[in-house]
Design a protein around this ligand. Structure first.
Ligand code: ZN
Ligand code: ZN
Length: 287
């Protein structure tokens, strides 16, 4: 039987307004044991600007909080797969800045969306994507932090909806500093069944066969407003969407996901983002 100390680490996306170090008291207030932040506004270009004082302030707060799993989510504008070379270069610089900052702070990873090929085709754009990712790793040269590709819901040629595309990027890079984040809402929206114990088992079998478990670093734990295979990226509070409580109970009890950080990116019951109530639902379902 499952050990009580082997459940996933239940966490949340937390506001970083006023300073990244403020994520710790905010996470503690809602009971989150793993943390993700947008260190810069997600709808604008930019990467975190650090100085000695900011790094020290963060590190002191990080250590005082017991060094919980901690991730940056890069800006949403990143697109390494499009036809616009200027946007791709900007994406590469932004991501390199993110990865270097994350490494300086000693956090676990930078989660990002690869972007959309907008119909050009994944295979056709793969060499371009890989070239940018290699340069991101060269420029940032992270020693500890990992670059984490997130699976996608698959609308409009977005890369990484199929597990095979994640595998192709990992294979192309052959770099242990690259890992993957599995978003439950995106997987479901792109056609992977996670509403039942059997569905979760089959989806994880597929993940294990195609992507492998060694590269899985974080789970984005979101219910979905839209149905299986809808390709829409619309997060719902846990149990209020199409995946439902049974699906999350199965995910939380899935042996292959134990000890991984499960990070909420849900709208929240007051519409202000992840909250204590969603974490309590996860805790109840994990019990
Ligand atoms: Zn996500
Ligand atoms: Zn999403």
């Amino acid at each position: 039987m499952r050990q009580t100390d082997a459940v996933p680490i239940l966490g949340a996306h937390v506001e970083a307004t006023g300073g990244i170090h403020l994520a710790f008291p905010r996470a503690a207030a809602m009971g989150a044991e793993a943390i993700q932040v947008h260190p810069t506004p997600p709808h604008y270009w930019g990467s975190p600007k650090l100085d000695q004082e900011r790094v020290e302030r963060f590190r002191a707060a990080f250590e005082a909080a017991g060094q919980p799993p901690f991730f940056f989510h890069a800006v949403y504008l990143i697109n390494l797969a499009g036809s616009d070379a200027t946007i791709r270069q900007r994406s590469e610089s932004t991501l390199a800045g993110y990865l270097a900052a994350a490494d300086q702070l000693g956090i676990d990873g930078v989660i990002f969306h690869t972007g959309s090929h907008k119909g050009a085709g994944f295979e056709a754009m793969l060499p371009t994507i890989l070239g940018h990712l290699r340069r991101v790793l060269e420029r940032a040269d992270p020693q500890r932090t990992r670059l984490l590709i997130e699976n996608n819901a698959g609308l409009g040629g977005c890369v990484g909806a199929r597990f095979e595309e994640l595998r192709a990027m990992l294979d192309g890079l052959q770099d242990p500093r690259v890992g993957v984040c599995l978003d439950t809402c995106h997987a479901f929206a792109s056609g992977y069944e996670v509403r039942t114990v059997e569905g979760v088992q089959q989806t994880l079998d597929e993940w294990e066969r195609v992507v492998g478990l060694d590269r899985l670093v974080a789970v984005h734990c979101n219910d979905s407003q839209t149905g299986l295979g809808s390709n829409r990226d619309r997060h719902a509070n846990i149990g209020q969407g199409e995946i439902g409580e049974e699906g999350f109970r199965a995910l939380l009890h899935e042996p292959r996901l134990q000890r991984l950080p499960f990070i909420l990116e849900v709208p929240g019951f007051e519409g202000k983002g992840p909250d204590r109530a969603n974490l309590e639902i996860l805790r109840r379902l994990a019990a």
